[in-house]
Design a protein around this ligand. Structure first.
Ligand code: CIZ
Length: 301
């Protein structure tokens, strides 16, 4: 059944001039059929640079929106419209505007895990990998950082700027199971614990390094350790095992995102057949959101 679906998807993909992009938090069978697996920004850049006219984005809505923001001439499909992100849903335009009125001298730095219309109200976007660099580079000593409070706290501990932090969080990272993490560490005392900055500060204190998914991949490449405990969404463990089959990886903290698992092989096939559901944005919102993403690229290269 799975083999039949996979060959139908691969045939249709060529027929429809499509490329399949999958986030590292996607289930194994989706990562296996993707043309590229990566973090949200990497994938959006891949969408912009590909010669294919159709992008099947296997991730959650804000990621597919970012791909559309960077490549408006292409058809970006999100195979499951209901694949959302509770962190992105923690913020909306009116509420951000109220905070901006409270701090009129602050510039807004917005984590890419946010809706397109809120990106459009921001000065610059950032990812978990470049948040500190973006905050340090924007021309203001006062910053509104949104929507993730843990990433905001992580940045504020390293920056001398005044950071006004939005009180949002990723439901699955913010509730990382510390007991499970400690138990796995006890079972693998020689392992390095790598955790995501969306986890709370008490988790960082246990960790060898606090990194986004791209940073975790680079860290493993440079480390001499054989074993790693991964404190981010469990899909990342499959990604790391694929990249480094000679090393050992386990999840720590039971971090599982139900939205990331809403995309299935059947939904990808249906999406290719129907060339939908398509991501569409108001053109003014898309343009202003593009400016905020472009500002990040200007800063970080
Ligand atoms: O933006 C991304 O890709 C996410 C959700 C995590 C990361 O650290 O790359």
């Amino acid at each position: 059944m799975e083999n039949r679906l996979v060959s139908e998807i691969l045939n249709l993909k060529n027929e429809k001039d499509a490329i399949i992009l999958a986030h590292s938090y996607q289930p194994p069978e989706i990562q296996d059929i993707a043309d590229q697996v990566g973090d949200s920004l990497q994938l959006s850049r891949a969408a912009a640079s590909t010669g294919s006219s159709v992008i099947v984005f296997c991730g959650v809505r804000f990621m597919a929106e970012t791909a559309h923001i960077l490549s408006p001439g292409k058809r970006v499909l999100l195979p499951e419209t209901d694949a959302g992100c509770p962190l992105a849903d923690c913020i909306e335009v009116q509420a951000l505007r109220s905070m901006q009125e409270m701090y009129p001298d602050a510039l807004t730095v917005l984590y890419v895990n946010s809706p397109a219309d809120v990106k459009a109200e921001s000065y610059a976007c950032c990812t978990s990998a470049n948040a500190l660099e973006v905050v340090e580079s924007v021309p203001s000593d006062e910053i509104i950082f949104a929507p993730d409070r843990n990433l905001g706290t992580f940045v504020s501990r390293k920056s001398v700027k005044t950071i006004r932090i939005w009180n949002g969080a990723c439901r699955c990272h913010a509730t990382a199971d510390m007991e499970n993490m400690r138990a796995v560490m006890e079972e693998w005392p020689d392992a390095e614990l790598l955790v995501h900055p969306e986890t709370p500060p008490e988790v960082w204190e246990l960790a060898h390094a606090v990194l986004g998914t791209g940073g975790m991949i680079r860290h493993v490449a440079e480390s001499c350790s054989q074993r790693f405990i991964i404190g981010t969404e469990e899909g990342m463990v499959y990604r790391l095992r694929t990249l480094y089959p000679e090393r050992e990886f386990r999840t720590g903290g039971n971090i599982y995102c139900p939205d990331m698992k809403k995309i299935t092989l059947q939904k990808i096939l249906d999406s290719l057949k129907n060339l939908g559901p398509v991501i569409e944005l108001d053109s003014e919102i898309r343009k202003n959101a593009y400016d905020a993403v472009a500002k990040m690229t200007e800063i970080t290269g």
